[in-house]
Design a protein around this ligand. Structure first.
Ligand code: PLP
Length: 223
């Protein structure tokens, strides 16, 4: 078995254990394999191992990786997990199945317009900046009600929330906050948890965990 396949198997076991401990059905936790800055052969290994849900954080890099593989793997699902500039919305709507980083009115409006134009409805999650970090994307928690309102009025399929806790703080309080916010707004999906903290995220209700290094190993840091 190749390394990526072995990592996927081992990780799925850990997910199953975390679900069991939390009294949850493992089918309720979707593993998003974060393939950003990974060489093509590792992505190919994941596909061979049966992985079909992937996350990328840049539109252009994702196009380079995935545009050609789409036709080969019709059941492939791609999530955008990095910040989206409005001038990339056209390419993002064409390529992705879900945008996890909806965080401002200019973006909700551009996405709605582009989906109409392309006659393609894709799913959205609203990213919440739970740590209120100035350099990070995401709507601050007190701006969430208005942004969700806007999503509904525009007809966006926004069924959940996503967060990325500050790296220098324990994640669990941020996951708990995201869960509370989702519950308050009747949203079912929670994208939270990365390689270092996904078991905590599962305990706190994650429906999507985004794992890169745990599956693929260290990323290539050169641009
Ligand atoms: C890179 C990235 C991940 C994956 O991080 P790992 O620590 O490698 O699992 C998850 N979510 C987002 C938004 C990312 O940018």
């Amino acid at each position: 078995m190749n390394t990526v396949a072995a990592n996927i198997t081992a990780t799925r076991d850990k997910i199953a254990r975390a679900c069991h401990e939390a009294g949850r059905d493992a089918a309720g936790v979707n593993l998003v394999a974060v393939s950003k800055m990974q060489p093509h052969d590792r992505i190919a290994e994941a596909l061979t191992a049966g992985q079909r849900l992937f996350g990328e954080n840049r539109v252009q890099e994702a196009s380079a990786h995935w545009a050609g593989l789409r036709s080969q793997y019709p059941d492939l699902k791609l999530h955008l997990i990095g910040p989206l500039q409005t001038n990339k919305v056209r390419d993002a709507v064409a390529l992705f199945d879900c945008i996890e980083t909806v965080d401002r009115p200019a973006l909700t409006d551009a996405l709605a317009k582009e989906m109409t134009k392309q006659d393609r409805e894709i799913r959205c999650l609203v990213q919440v900046n739970t740590g209120e970090e100035p350099q990070k994307g995401g709507v601050p928690p007190d701006g969430l009600p208005d942004l969700l309102d806007r999503c509904r009025k525009l007809g966006l399929d926004s069924r959940g929330l996503m967060c990325m806790p500050p790296i220098d703080e324990p994640s669990a309080p941020h996951f708990a906050l995201l869960k509370k916010l989702a519950h308050r707004h009747g949203l079912r999906e929670l994208s939270m948890g990365m390689s270092a903290d996904y078991e905590d995220a599962i305990a706190l209700g994650a429906t999507h965990i985004r794992l890169g290094t745990a599956l693929f190993g260290e990323r290539d840091t050169k641009p």
